[in-house]
Design a protein around this ligand. Structure first.
Ligand SMILES: Nc1ncnc2c1ncn2[C@@H]1O[C@H](COP(=O)(O)OP(=O)(O)O)[C@@H](O)[C@H]1O
Ligand SMILES: N[C@@H](CC(=O)OP(=O)(O)O)C(=O)O
Length: 449
């Protein structure tokens, strides 16, 4: 049995939906996880934020989402004129979900409060729409499918926005999926969202549908988890940034996790965890070129013959906390990291000197409150507009020449931090954000061309 996940770009329009159904038809017993249609989650988040100040504009975003989904359904059903009742059910479903959305937006406006919980409820609507509609479309085109509300299976804690799954609950409730498969149907559920024990909607973090697929794959002991997207696997670098980037045939779980964590958008960083714990391979495949091999991520040990891949991310800040004591004690480090934990600030790169610690924090988090608290330990300097270039799968044997090669290709005046782990084969370089794109292209040329 295979768990197949189709991402937002693949769920973009009715042609892609037909393409996906063709792919699904190659499998005897697939379980399907789908994202919201392209850009819907982003629009939902924008609507939620807009609702605070301008209810009318937030409702216009809701109407736009409604319009797009109705158009997709109308286009899909043009070739199934005998399936009018199913098409009507879909239109009805869209109207109901959008009414719900507008109610949430009105509540945000009236209370002047957008809680993490209501943000999750609003942003889950994309998958609630796409999964139900896709199940109806698959059935109409001859592959009987049953829609499952992911909330019934993906139980999480109440950490809204980045909820943690309850694996035991998921294990105990996956028999619904097995029953559907045994009836000869295919189960289809939305990724990204779940529910806490009080019945409140939670989400697993942006791009969390990959994670849903892996959780389901692990619970079902699937043969493989397949992430279907718009590129043929994980590349040596984001192919949108470097056109010469090449697909990597094989990565191990740790390398794939590092790449995802340091910015390779193709995979949610938590995806590998349930898969690796259960030794289930993950394949990354292309809906536009299904015959391409793509990338297999597995527990296999890799050969040590060159850097595997590189990735980059922007919009980071460096925080340097210098202890008021001359020598930095473990109390200092524990205190600093406690404050970061309290503020949910994810740490990317860390370096230390005898009395200071420098930490990069990703993606536009608000650092003001944390910085204020960190000042109780000493001075705090913040450098904004930073980016991180990460090299993954670096061979241990010629690390020296690799570091020389990479650093000599950069404007070293602008390099602010370097961290390197020989045992993990990782090299991270933090440099000014405006240099990231050109530096990535130069390094890629030197290492991969
Ligand atoms: N190392 C990489 N390998 C492949 N794709 C990457 C990499 N880094 C970034 N990407 C980007 O990830 C995109 C696929 O992810 P995403 O758009 O989130 O897909 P989906 O909508 O299917 O979840 C690709 O189109 C590509 O531009
Ligand atoms: N909700 C999607 C993410 C998504 O659809 O993003 P966008 O709105 O940018 O297409 C997921 O987690 O899989």
């Amino acid at each position: 049995m295979h768990v197949l996940k189709f991402g937002g770009t693949s769920m973009g329009d009715e042609d892609s939906w037909r393409r996906i159904i063709d792919i699904i038809n190659r499998y005897e017993k697939p379980v399907i996880v789908v994202s919201a249609t392209a850009r819907t989650t982003r629009k939902l988040v924008a609507a939620a934020e807009k609702a605070l100040h301008n209810l009318q504009e937030s409702h216009e975003i809701a109407d736009n989402i409604k319009q797009r989904h109705k158009q997709l359904i109308t286009n899909f059903f043009t070739e199934f004129s005998n399936k009018q009742p199913t098409s009507d059910k879909c239109i009805n479903w869209i109207d109901n979900r959008i009414d719900e959305l507008k109610d949430y937006l009105t509540e945000v406006h009236n209370t002047q409060e957008l809680t993490a919980g209501s943000k999750d409820a609003i942003s889950s609507i994309g998958e609630r729409l796409s999964s139900y509609l896709f199940a109806k479309c698959a059935t109409a085109s001859g592959r009987p499918a049953s829609w499952i509300d992911a909330a019934d299976i993906i139980r999480t804690d109440s950490n809204f926005g980045e909820a943690n799954p309850d694996m035991d609950f998921i294990h105990q409730h996956n028999n619904r999926l097995i029953d559907i498969l045994e009836e000869g149907n295919i189960p289809i559920l939305g990724g990204y969202y779940g529910q806490d024990e009080s019945g409140r909607t939670t989400t697993l973090g942006f791009e969390g549908s990959d994670y849903t697929a892996s959780l389901i794959g692990a619970a079902l002991s699937a043969e493989a988890i397949e992430i279907w997207t718009d590129v043929s696997g994980i590349f040596t670098c984001d192919p949108r940034l470097v056109s010469q980037a090449k697909s990597i045939p094989q990565l191990n779980f740790r390398e794939a996790t590092e790449l995802a964590y340091f910015g390779a958008k193709v995979l949610h960083p938590s995806t590998t965890k349930p898969a690796s714990l259960n030794d289930i391979p993950i394949r990354v495949k292309n809906i536009f070129a299904p015959e391409d091999a793509g990338t297999v991520i597995s527990g296999d040990n890799q050969t040590d013959n060159g850097v595997k891949a590189m990735t980059s991310k922007q919009d980071c800040s460096i925080l340097t906390i210098t202890s008021s004591q001359t020598v930095m004690g473990y109390e200092f480090l524990a205190g600093v990291f406690d404050i970061l934990r309290w503020h949910h600030l994810p740490v990317d790169v860390v370096t230390t000197t005898e009395a200071s610690v420098s930490i990069t924090i990703g993606n536009g988090h608000n650092l003001d409150e944390a910085a204020e608290q960190l000042r109780t330990f000493g001075t705090v300097d913040i450098i904004n507009k930073q980016g991180i270039i990460s090299l993954v799968g670096c061979p241990q044997k010629d690390m020296q020449s690799l570091i020389d090669n990479v650093l000599s290709s950069l404007d070293t005046d602008a390099v602010n931090l370097v961290s390197y782990s020989k045992s993990k084969g990782n090299l991270n370089i933090v440099t000014d954000e405006h240099l990231i794109e050109s530096s990535v292209k130069t390094i890629h040329k030197r290492l991969f061309d």
